[in-house]
Every structure is written in C-alpha cells, then in structure tokens.
Ligand binder design. Sequence first.
Ligand SMILES: Nc1nc2c(ncn2[C@@H]2O[C@H](COP(=O)(O)OP(=O)(O)OP(=O)(O)O)[C@@H](O)[C@H]2O)c(=O)[nH]1
Ligand SMILES: [Mg+2]
Length: 327
Amino acid sequence: MMHYGEVGEFHPGSETIKKNIVKAIALSDLLVIVCDFADVSGSLPVWLDFLAGKPYLLIINKIDLLPVRAKQPEVVEYLKNYLASLGWPAPRDIIMTSGMKGKGVDIWAGRLSKETVPGARIAVLGVTNVGKSSLIKRLLKLEGSAISPTISKFPGTTMGLSNWSVLKGRNTLIDTPGLAPEDRMADLFCPECASVLVASQKIEQKLWGLKPDKGLIIGGLCGFSYLGNEETVIIAFSSPELVMHRTENSKINTLLDESPSWLTKICRKCRQKIEWQECTVHLENNQDLAVAGLGWISLRGVAADFTICLPKGVRFEVRPAFIGKKS
Ligand SMILES: Nc1nc2c(ncn2[C@@H]2O[C@H](COP(=O)(O)OP(=O)(O)OP(=O)(O)O)[C@@H](O)[C@H]2O)c(=O)[nH]1
Ligand SMILES: [Mg+2]
C-alpha cells in the first residue's frame, strides 16, 4: 500500500475532542471502530495511533450505499488485508452494518456480549459522520429504549462523551465525538459543503473510456489526468451528488481553478481557501486511486501513470481494487 499527500503529522481537529476520545479509550475494555463503507481510506487509517493495545471490533457502516449487491465476505476479506497492510493488529471481528436501515445491528449486539464481561465499558469511535450515534440509537431501539443520542447529516454533531446502558444493563457504550483527521476533503470545508461530499444515497459507480490525454474531474475538487499511450477504462466511485466530468488533460487545471457552478457544489468561500497540489502516481490494472473523503477511480486496463490534482493536505492512496475485480 502506498500513501501520498499525507499531512506528515497528525493534527487533531480539536484538542478537547482528542482528549475526550483518549479518555473514553482509557475507560474502556473493548473498542468499536466505525468506518464508512464509502470512505475506507478516509475513515480508517487515523485510528491506528489510538488503539492503545486494546481489543477492537471493526464496523463497516453504511453498507446500504454499496453500488452493487454487497458481497460481504469479499469486503470483509479485503478489509482484513487492508488493516494488515497498514500494520494494524487483527480485529476481534469485522461486522457490516447499516445504522440507517438497522442491518447488522443484532449481529453487533451479539458480538458485544461475546467479547465482554458484565460491567465492561465499550467506546464507540470513528471519524465525524460515520454513523456512530446512529448505530447506538439502533441498538437502543432494538432493546426497546425510548432515549437515544442525537444524529445529523453535519459532521461534528456529538461534542462530548455520553454513556448508554446496553444489553439489558449488562454493559455501557460510550458515544464519542467524531475525530476530524484533517486530511479528508470534507475536513477542509464548512459543514454544509462537507455534507455534500458524504454520500447519503447509493454510491455512483460509472465506467469511463479514456483516450490518451483525457482525464476525469470529480466534484470540481479532484482531477485525474491519464498519461498512458493507449485507450483505457476506469471506473469512478463517488457520492451521486458530485458531478463527474471527462475532459482533455490540458483543461483540467483551468476547470479546477475556475470551478464553474455546473461542476461543483462547494460554496465560493470554501473554494477560495483551496491551494492545489499535483502528483504523478502509477496504477496497475485493478488498482484504485482513492482520495480521502471524496471517492476513488479504479483502473481496468494496462498499467499507466495518472497525474492527480487535488487540494493541498488531502490524503490519497493507491490500493487494490475495493469493489469488483481484484486481479
Ligand atoms: N446511508 C446511510 N447513512 C447513515 C448511516 N448511518 C448514519 N448515516 C447518516 O450519516 C450522518 C451522520 O450520522 P451520525 O450518527 O450523526 O454520525 P456520527 O458518527 O455520530 O457523527 P459525529 O457525531 O458528527 O461524529 C447522518 O446523516 C445519518 O443519517 C447508514 O448506515 N447509511
Ligand atoms: Mg455522533
């Protein structure tokens, strides 16, 4: 796995939030790390520094957004390998859920009771907007509780720690504020613009033929210029709210700079803050180039270089194809 465009050092969104998260981890016997199915590269890597040697369950939430029928064992196998490539210890289990639809929450509840003793505390962790509070709400509903945490489409809804008695009083779940890793696209923008980037409906999966010197822009926020010599195919994945636009490589930088309203939904104030960075990346057949908090492209053709142009500080990585053919 190769990582590019990292900000170098970890920058907590806010010291208070980070302190609360560290406190919740110290108080807990088991960690539940929630990641967003649609943004694995943006919602998972940051947690390695927080594990503190504690056992953890990994939840892949928002599986209702899968663009094709979920082949769950494949996704689970992929994530096991992904975690190993990042140097993580193995999770106790990987569970796929939809906090919105309530799927997988019963499996999660069963796993929580298997992995803990009565009285144990469990911290629910995740970057902003992955659906931590929604999952806790679903679990409480499953148990017939009338109270539940607040959820919203805006990142940063949960600000402090809150305790929730679950499994008929056997255990306590600690809901924690979302960490903003500050290297996702959404972390650069105001809450309204950030919420546009987060898919709330099925992810768009679109096949694009690219002739030499052609490229693709996603959401007016990232350009992928194809540098190969023969016609190729890429599949692009992002929130359906974002426009995908194929154009000549020579036009990509101008379009990103000018960001016309048909191309982007990001407000003028947020756009003015962007400083662009460019980098050339090599992709093999069936590899993804994933941009934290935005989406990814997957190459289905002869190995080739791409130049990626995106806001400075946003993390991107090359990884094996997450969806579809792996080799
Ligand atoms: N499509 C889909 N949306 C979800 C799912 N779970 C949560 N959401 C949505 O994601 C947004 C964030 O949900 P929250 O539960 O507030 O997320 P959180 O991780 O607690 O967020 P913070 O408290 O801001 O860190 C809301 O708009 C939810 O409706 C899911 O399984 N599928
Ligand atoms: Mg929350």
